[in-house]
Design a protein around this ligand. Structure first.
Ligand SMILES: Nc1ncnc2c1ncn2[C@@H]1O[C@H](COP(=O)(O)OP(=O)(O)OP(=O)(O)O)[C@@H](O)[C@H]1O
Ligand SMILES: [Mg+2]
Length: 245
């Protein structure tokens, strides 16, 4: 992706799975219901959330989008070229990204489980822009916020897998605020999340991955919102139900 000072999202409008080139829908990742039924998927110009049960296929698709956008499958930016596992699927080879007129001026793919590797690579590359302290000397959440505050910048495409894994509720609110700033500066985000806080961001589409494929969903209809709300409205009641024999 070329540097473009006037970069403005949306950078990726839509994903197309070239189904006729897939040899079998019986094996991973093509056998996962959301991929099996995928032909075209429209993304929101600012924020698209992938939600759904554990194992529903969010990371699989997110990673394939990141690879198709030429980001490192382990997480990181285009400049990072490190790999501690080569297990990402070949789904990206069958995906076409329908791109907008401008190219992102920056991009980053963050997997929660490989953030340590990204921090190591950042030190290896001795890049500036991550705040004053080494990312390894900061806590998981501190270093993630340093990345979002100091490294993410205007006109960027950011693909994040469960960014909430590192963050306290307060920091999740701070991330919404930082995302909003970046969105006003032309950024686009694609985020897999289980966080009922993050997915409340209003200028977004929520896509639920399930046995029925991938469906748009209203925030208050999500299981994440409903389960969290029911629990917090009356924790003792739900705990009594959960702990009754
Ligand atoms: N390399 C692989 N080979 C075979 N199956 C795999 C492979 N990687 C993942 N899977 C399976 O594919 C399914 C989808 O995995 P994926 O990581 O995309 O789920 P997810 O929606 O991101 O879940 P979570 O919310 O727990 O992160 C899971 O059942 C997983 O076990
Ligand atoms: Mg996942």
């Amino acid at each position: 992706m070329k540097k473009n000072r006037d970069a403005r999202g949306p950078f990726v409008h839509e994903l197309i799975l070239n189904r006729d080139r897939v040899s079998s829908f019986d094996t991973y990742p093509y056998s996962l219901p959301p991929i099996r039924s995928l032909s075209r998927l429209k993304l929101h110009p600012q924020v698209t959330f992938f939600i759904g049960e554990n194992g529903s296929g969010k990371s699989t698709l997110l990673e394939a989008v990141a690879v198709a956008a030429k980001l490192n499958a382990e997480g990181g930016s285009q400049n990072f070229n490190f790999a501690t596992r080569a297990s990402h699927s070949d789904l990206s080879e069958y995906l076409t990204l329908v791109r907008g007129a401008s190219r992102p001026s920056d991009s980053f793919f963050l997997r929660a489980e490989s953030f340590f590797n990204v921090a190591t690579a950042v030190e290896g590359y001795a890049v500036s822009g991550y705040g004053e302290r080494s990312l390894h000397e900061q806590s998981h959440g501190e270093s993630f916020m340093a990345l979002a505050l100091h490294r993410f910048r205007q006109g960027g495409l950011y693909i994040l897998d469960e960014p909430e894994a590192a963050l306290s509720p307060q920091r999740q609110l701070a991330l919404i605020s930082r995302m909003h700033q970046l969105i006003l500066q032309g950024c686009q985000f694609i985020i897999a999340t289980h966080s009922p806080i993050l997915m409340a961001y209003p200028n977004a589409s929520i896509l639920e991955f399930s046995a029925n494929g991938i469906q748009p969903m209203e925030y208050r209809n999500t299981e994440h919102y409903q389960v969290t709300k029911t629990f917090l409205d009356d924790p003792e009641r739900m705990l009594a139900l959960l702990m009754s024999s």
